[in-house]
Design a protein around this ligand. Structure first.
Ligand code: ZN
Length: 328
């Protein structure tokens, strides 16, 4: 994979693609002609077409952080979920939330005994967070931050990578932020999850206004490995962003909970460590069907290499889920 998207080419360098969703509506830009989701036929990494430009949503006039302010309890619950995942690896220490918005996660982490800070590119969001929660929030780019000598026990990258033109470069900068035994937490949506299949083109995490990339377990492992990180654990969880209303909600709520239990939830959680610090990836847990065995290789020569061949075919189960999608 390469470091950036160029002339509508996949990160793997292949420009052949298949359209997997049409008519995907913009959630913020109402009235804009709908987008498509296209999938690289070589590596399965999917992307929004036409690709959104980060300069349109990462700028000083962006007020997306207001949504966090208005839904503070919800964001505190998300933060609690993330911190409970992390506590199994690092129950204390210095923590940096990259793309922290107004810093709710950093505030929650401080309450749980971490020494937490945030990194936020939007100066208004950082300013609001400092004022409101008295937390340490840096208004710097990731490259400026990683150029400093400061290193962290925990770096969090929650629902950030899908917004970035150059995710491998960004991950590499995040790796440099880690202490020798530090951990990186990554959360991204998974477009191959059963929830995404049931929701079809209305799956909210296509979010074509801002999401450039759509991940699978395989592709997120590949970019993480390319950035010089090794994978400690990867699993699925259900995203929390659904509003279950009406009769369909009564069916969807238990259905999506079931998907989560069997490892088909639509959020991928990945814990990584620095590749070059003598850390050996653990033996794969064969009971965890979501784990990609090929991604735990410690062979530096194999990093980022994608096996050439046919894109995986849809399984019979996925076809059944497509049918469920029609029925719901
Ligand atoms: Zn590709």
């Amino acid at each position: 994979m390469k470091n950036c998207i160029k002339e509508n080419t996949c990160l793997c360098g292949d420009n052949r693609y298949k359209v997997i969703r049409k008519g995907v509506k913009y959630l913020l830009k109402k009235g804009k002609p709908p987008a498509k989701i296209i999938k690289c036929v070589h590596c399965d990494l999917a992307r929004t077409f036409p690709s959104p430009a980060p300069s349109e949503f990462y700028n000083e006039s962006d007020k997306g952080y207001l949504y966090m302010l208005e839904n503070e309890d919800l964001w505190r619950r998300f933060a609690g979920n993330i911190l409970s995942e992390i506590s199994g690896y690092k129950p204390s220490g210095e923590l940096l939330d990259v793309g922290c918005g107004i810093g709710i996660l950093a505030d929650e982490a401080n309450k749980k005994g971490y020494q937490a800070s945030g990194l936020e590119i939007n100066p208004d969001a950082a300013s609001v967070g400092r004022e409101r929660y008295k937390v340490s929030l840096f208004n710097l780019s990731i490259s400026q931050m990683s150029a400093s000598d400061k290193r962290w026990d925990v770096v969090i990258l929650n629902h950030v990578l899908e917004h970035l033109l150059q995710p491998v470069q960004f991950l590499s900068d995040c790796r440099r932020l880690l202490k020798e035994d530090g951990i990186l937490y990554i959360g991204v949506p998974s477009y191959k999850s059963w929830t995404a299949i049931v929701e079809g083109k209305d799956w909210p995490h296509f979010f074509v206004d801002q999401h450039i990339w759509q991940w699978t377990h395989k592709t997120i492992c590949e970019v993480v490995n390319m950035a010089g990180l090794s994978i400690v654990n990867i699993h699925s969880k259900r995203n929390n962003h659904y509003h279950f209303g009406g009769a369909r909600g009564k069916i969807k709520r238990p259905l999506y909970r079931f998907f989560e239990i069997i490892g088909k939830g639509d959020q991928i959680i990945l814990i990584a460590k620095n590749f070059n610090k003598g850390i050996t990836s653990p033996e794969p847990d064969l009971s965890d069907k979501t784990r990609l065995l090929r991604c735990v290789s410690n062979d530096t020569q194999s990093r980022g290499v994608i096996a050439r061949g046919e894109a995986p075919k849809q399984s019979n189960v996925d076809n059944i889920m497509n049918l469920v999608s029609v029925l719901l």
